[in-house]
Design a protein around this ligand. Structure first.
Ligand SMILES: [Zn+2]
Length: 101
């Protein structure tokens, strides 16, 4: 099963896990344990996986609601002009960090 959601960092992954648990949807978080090794390993973002695939439609609706409420833009614009998906902290064109981090 593909990942339900790619979180920006372990805090967001935990927050979303709690948020979904409040709606009786259980998820597993993968990848967060590599966080402390960032810089030495290829960048890896924490991923959420559903424990019950039957929850997928409801979970995706909840995550859309979360993103709408958090006003998370789907992309950010790097100083070099590259548009980068919001869950990447580094520009994939020039390697600069996302502003405001
Ligand atoms: Zn850039």
């Amino acid at each position: 099963m593909p990942a339900l959601y790619l979180a920006a960092d372990p805090m967001e992954a935990q927050l979303l896990s709690d948020y979904l648990a409040d709606h009786d949807i259980a998820v597993r978080i993968d990848g967060a344990f590599l966080w402390s090794a960032r810089g030495e390993l290829p960048l890896e973002y924490p991923r959420l996986y559903l424990l019950d695939p039957n929850d997928e439609i409801r979970a995706r609706a909840l995550l859309r609601e979360y993103e709408r409420r958090a006003h998370i833009p789907s992309i950010w614009r790097c100083g070099c002009g590259q548009d980068v998906p919001h869950h990447f902290e580094l520009c994939w064109s020039c390697g600069d960090g996302r502003p405001g981090l």
